[in-house]
Design a protein around this ligand. Structure first.
Ligand SMILES: [Zn+2]
Length: 685
């Protein structure tokens, strides 16, 4: 959904998997649900591989062999396994208990969750309704007589979470982060990223051809008689893609910040009758922030050249695609086939019950999260994590003081920013009121529409108001973490506070390589290529001296080139510019966690080796463990093209060679693949 999409562009998350869909863990009333889990099972190792040749394979080779990707997944690792346990064990338990209790009050979480689940399970009704629940919107599309009316229909569709070629959203103003602002951003590509439309290699071409076949089939299954809708839409979207910014260009917070008045906007898109669009959206404001004014200018001219028929075909596709997973099974199957099998290499669909849990979690994630947190999150974890956060903060401060490339003036500002970081752990202190979402046991699509309308309305109500700093961008059960530059805060949902990330039974070295490096990763986002452009108050503002900025950029550029050289599949290299923020965060996170561990060991004394590994070695095994992953080739390819996170293997083998502590721990020598001579190592934080 558009508002989520916008939000995502403001959050630096730890790991891409699932979070966009689930905006959505682990633990039991009396403590973590997870029974004792070994800190690092030696069976995970592949001792036939030298750690200096391929550390990922050495640390995780045994695990990879023993844990093939399940047919229903495109990748398999710590994140996915925990996520599956949450959904298929804990969320399932919660839902089953609610289903057994029919007396839930209307509008309560209990009623909404149970009835939403029931509406998803009522497949007979879904089949008999076909696309009829979308009829009001299809009629609206059919009625439009010109471009301006077409554009007004877009506003109605945006109101139920269907994206168009642009979208509005409300979020903290990047230059005045205490107040909300309206943002206008590009959107509307079925394949998401413009590269899929502009690249000429055979893999991109195959994806475009598959998209055409997919759209043709979806139209046919919906009973629509258009001729070659797939080709029409591909041509239309290819043109739009040509006007859009790439995912690398979108990383620039300055260039994508263009504040203009509502009147200036109306001029930019005068063919579209924006006044009417905003009236329909019930959006009231005087100025807004436009991501890319040229895009709107091009769109304004281009749309006027398109036949109304093409525009409507595109609009019907957006509507159909947006609700595809709630329509009759043939449409669901085809949607699954394209989005999961063709694009990501997933072999089988999950069973109906598991899909119903996923859908409930997607739509009512926070409501489920409230029950989840009450049942499964141990309060004692909050205190432990808060202590870990403060330890990382202390070490980060010491490292800033010791930096050789940064001047004393900039260090004072960096220290200010570090001191101002806030954090959230586990679950929100205050829960939002979802009681006005109307959920009934027999109206799946209406239920989804009501939930989406609630979210659009939530955004609308924020316009002109101060930012609610208590808000969470992920539900508690999410196995992930994030940094928000405009709140200057790091957030750790209950979902990630379990093994292998956080294991109360493990030795310190494993936990420092796990959850503490994750904490360090999120702190480092405040000082990565983007985060470093925001000040302590969360405003886009240059707090650097010119010389220091240059030194930082020079280090970042070297690190970009280093990742650019990494070939993931034949002919496919990591995009250093796209992944630089995450790569800096991994490098920083590992370094901070290592020195936090060393500090603790200096105080407590060095522990005896475990399974033959020193604490230094176990620290690096801890980081490798949280990234053990098997992934399909298709999903890997898609990740490299679209995701700001490097593939899991490179989140291990990528940063480690730059740490002299890694080189020493494993006694690497010149000639080892992961050996870097001191002059080639990059130390930023
Ligand atoms: Zn990150």
């Amino acid at each position: 959904m558009s508002s989520f999409k916008l939000k995502s562009s403001f959050m630096r998350i730890l790991n891409p998997k699932n979070w966009l869909l689930t905006l959505a863990i682990l633990g039991s009333a009396s403590g973590l649900i997870v029974a004792q889990v070994p800190a690092f099972p030696v069976s995970d190792l592949d001792r036939s591989t030298h750690p200096g040749v391929d550390f990922d394979q050495f640390a995780n080779g045994g695990w990879k062999t023993a844990n093939p990707i399940p047919g229903t997944e495109s990748r398999w690792g710590a994140f996915g396994i925990l996520d599956k346990e949450n959904r298929e064990v804990r969320l399932k338990t919660i839902i089953k208990e609610l289903l057994a209790n029919p007396q839930a009050k209307a509008g309560s979480e209990a009623q909404q969750i149970a009835d939403f689940y029931r509406s998803y399970m009522d497949t007979e009704l879904i089949e008999s309704l076909g696309t009829r629940p979308l009829k009001a919107y299809l009629d609206m599309i059919a009625k439009a007589k010109d471009l301006k009316e077409w554009n007004n229909t877009n506003a109605h569709l945006a109101g139920i979470g269907v994206s168009g070629v642009y979208g509005f959203g409300v979020n903290a103003d990047r230059k005045n982060s205490k107040w909300n602002a309206v943002y206008l951003y590009q959107s509307g590509l079925t394949l998401g990223e413009k590269g899929f439309y502009t690249k000429t290699d055979s893999s991109a071409e195959a994806i475009r051809e598959a998209m055409v076949r997919h759209i043709d089939k979806m139209f046919l299954l919906a009973g629509w008689k258009d001729k070659k809708p797939g080709t029409t839409i591909l041509q239309f979207e290819s043109k739009i893609a040509g006007f859009q910014l790439s995912n690398v260009e979108l990383r620039d917070p300055e260039k994508t910040y263009n504040k203009i008045s509502k009147n200036e906007l109306a001029q930019l898109v005068r063919n579209l009758d924006l006044e009417r669009y905003l009236k329909t959206m019930e959006y009231d404001f005087q100025e807004l922030i436009v991501q890319h004014p040229d895009y709107l200018k091009n769109l304004n001219s281009f749309l006027a050249t398109q036949s109304l028929e093409t525009l409507k075909t595109y609009q019907r596709w957006q509507l159909l695609n947006s609700f595809a997973t709630a329509l009759p099974d043939k449409l669901q199957q085809e949607s699954f086939h394209f989005n999961n099998t063709v694009l990501k290499g997933v072999k089988e669909r999950k069973g109906l019950e598991d899909r119903a849990i996923d859908a409930t979690n997607n739509i009512l994630g926070m409501s489920l999260g409230k029950l989840f947190a009450a049942k499964y999150f141990p309060e004692s974890s909050k205190k432990k994590v808060a202590e870990m956060i403060e330890n990382v903060r202390t070490v980060f401060g010491e490292r800033i003081d010791a930096l050789s490339w940064m001047s004393p003036e900039t260090k004072i500002e960096a220290r200010k920013k570090l001191a101002a970081f806030t954090y959230k752990i586990g679950y929100p202190d205050t829960w939002k009121d979802y009681s006005t979402i109307e959920i009934k046991a027999n109206t799946l699509i209406e239920n989804i529409i009501s939930a989406r309308k609630w979210r659009v309305n939530e955004g609308r109500n924020k316009i002109g108001k101060p930012v609610d700093k208590t808000e969470w961008g992920m539900s508690p059960q999410t196995v992930n973490a994030y940094y928000s530059p405009m709140n200057n805060e790091i957030v750790f949902p209950a979902g990630i506070l379990q093994p292998p990330f956080f294991n109360p039974d493990a030795d310190d070295a494993i936990n420092y390589g796990g959850i503490i490096a994750v904490i360090g990763h999120e702190f480092s986002h405040g000082f990565d290529d983007k985060g470093s452009k925001y000040n302590a108050e969360g405003n886009l503002d240059n707090w650097w001296t010119e010389a220091d900025r240059k030194s930082f950029d020079a280090l970042a550029n070297k690190y970009i080139e280093y990742f650019d050289r990494k070939e993931v599949l034949p002919g496919l290299n990591i995009n250093g510019k796209l992944t630089i923020g995450e790569n800096i965060a991994d490098l920083g996170g590992l370094t901070l966690a290592y020195y936090a561990l060393k500090k603790s060991i200096d105080k407590k004394g060095a522990p005896a080796p475990i399974d033959g590994f020193t604490w230094q070695q176990r620290f690096f095994l801890g980081w490798a463990q949280v990234w053990h992953t098997n992934i399909t080739e298709k999903a890997l390819r898609q990740q490299v093209l679209t995701d700001p996170h490097s593939p899991a293997r490179d989140r291990i083998n990528g940063p480690m060679p730059h740490l002299k502590e890694f080189q020493e721990a494993w006694q690497l020598k010149p000639g080892d693949a992961l050996y870097l001579d001191p002059a080639s190592r990059i130390v930023i934080w």
